[in-house]
Design a protein around this ligand. Structure first.
Ligand SMILES: NC(=O)c1ccc[n+]([C@@H]2O[C@H](COP(=O)([O-])OP(=O)(O)OC[C@H]3O[C@@H](n4cnc5c(N)ncnc54)[C@H](O)[C@@H]3O)[C@@H](O)[C@H]2O)c1
Length: 354
């Protein structure tokens, strides 16, 4: 089965998708839409001889092409809702980049409309497919009942983006939605229970303090601690610092059960499995996924994401990462942003009622 792709938004992530799709057999990129000339030029260069897409400035012109089977939406977060409203008028399959949207009303709209859409709607939470995460998931049964999950991300500041959209809460949903929806998705995936309460503290302490766009200073936070309580008594924590270049690991993940714990890091080649009973740990080598032909910016996870999506299409199965996952990960990010704003814990049943 040959699949024709259209790329909507060919900035950094759109180009990452093009690089990945180039290495997948039976895939053609037939159209690319981006209003920015530089982004279109860069995409044309990356397509090289592999693809000869038609370029558009307006995504609606791309969507009118009947020959396109799958669209990838890699536009700024605040534009996702309008682009998705146009996609829902078609029957195309879609890979929508994370975060699904920037606010709750838009997230719920995409989730509800995705249920009636005839195409598959997949949300780009590809951290799930990173080998260290897959290793933790496949060994979860060895540490007893899961009680705690700790995720630390210590990394570099936000990069420059086309139109500087990632400097503002309004355009991103806030750092804890934009960046950290990946980690909230992992919490929901590993803890396998419903979150009930979120408390967070955070601020913009170091980054972008001397910048201004249209006279407005950025309001995007660069560090935070977030705690999420789950209904069966488990708890998860995110420790985020975005002025921490040069550290040993960008992400560290520890999943603890009542019999032992699993520890790993990204990028990483080892899983540490410790047992309380033996009072010791063993080290497991994490094998690369032999299917990966492009490491890209996400350690092969975007490549696997595309393979898995294509597999769902071929097998006529629902999306493995769907709009419910997209919405649930957004909700935790939005609740954490609200907790920082108000200084109060956020009870999710009340947050979702308001
Ligand atoms: N899954 C991941 O790990 C990951 C990583 C990085 C970015 N992202 C997500 O990908 C999306 C894009 O981020 P980026 O880093 O590529 O940003 P970017 O600024 O580099 O690129 C965005 C591009 O979209 C274009 N654009 C804006 N409105 C458009 C429209 N209506 N139609 C077509 N193109 C449009 C811009 O001109 C720009 O070229 C964001 O939602 C971001 O959160 C996901």
């Amino acid at each position: 089965m040959k699949l024709n792709y259209g790329i909507i938004g060919s900035g950094m992530m759109g180009c990452e998708h093009i690089r990945n799709l180039r290495k997948i057999p039976d895939v053609d990129i037939v159209a690319i839409a981006d209003p920015d000339e530089n982004s279109r030029k860069r995409a044309k260069h990356i397509c090289g001889d592999s693809f000869q897409p038609i370029f558009y400035e307006d995504h609606r012109a791309l969507l009118s092409k009947n020959s396109i089977d799958v669209v990838v939406v890699s536009t700024p977060n605040f534009t996702h809702i309008e682009v998705m409203r146009d996609i829902f008028k078609t029957d195309k399959h879609v890979l929508l980049e994370k975060p699904m949207c920037t606010n709750l009303a838009d997230g719920i709209e995409v989730f509800e409309r995705s249920k009636a859409h005839s195409g598959l709607v997949w949300v780009g939470l590809e951290y799930r497919f990173m080998p260290p995460i897959q290793a933790i998931i496949s060994h979860t049964g060895e540490v007893g009942e899961i009680k705690m999950l700790s995720i630390r991300e210590h990394r570099f500041p936000f990069l420059k983006k086309v139109g500087d959209w990632n400097r503002f809460n309004e355009k991103t949903g806030g750092t804890l939605v934009e960046k950290c929806c990946h980690f909230f998705d992992l919490m929901n995936l590993m803890i396998k229970s419903n979150p009930v309460k979120v408390y967070a503290s955070g601020s913009q302490s170091v980054n972008h303090l001397d910048e201004a766009y249209g006279g407005k200073p950025p309001d995007i936070l660069d560090n935070s601690f977030v705690i999420v309580d789950y209904e069966m008594g488990q708890r998860a924590m995110l420790d985020l610092c975005m002025f921490a270049e040069g550290g040993r690991h960008e992400q560290e993940i520890v999943l603890t059960g009542d019999k032992g714990k699993l520890e790993t890091y990204i990028p990483g080649k080892e899983l540490f499995i410790s047992s309380r009973q033996n009072n010791s740990f063993e080290t497991l080598e994490i094998k690369k996924d032999s299917r990966v032909r492009e490491e890209g910016l996400h350690h092969g996870a975007s490549y696997i994401e595309h393979l898995e999506l294509i597999d769902c299409l071929k097998q006529r199965r629902p999306a493995k990462v769907d709009c419910k996952d997209g919405l649930d990960s957004m909700i935790l990010g939005l609740a954490a942003q609200e907790s920082i704003k108000t200084g109060d814990p956020i009870y999710l049943n009340e947050f979702l009622r308001n």
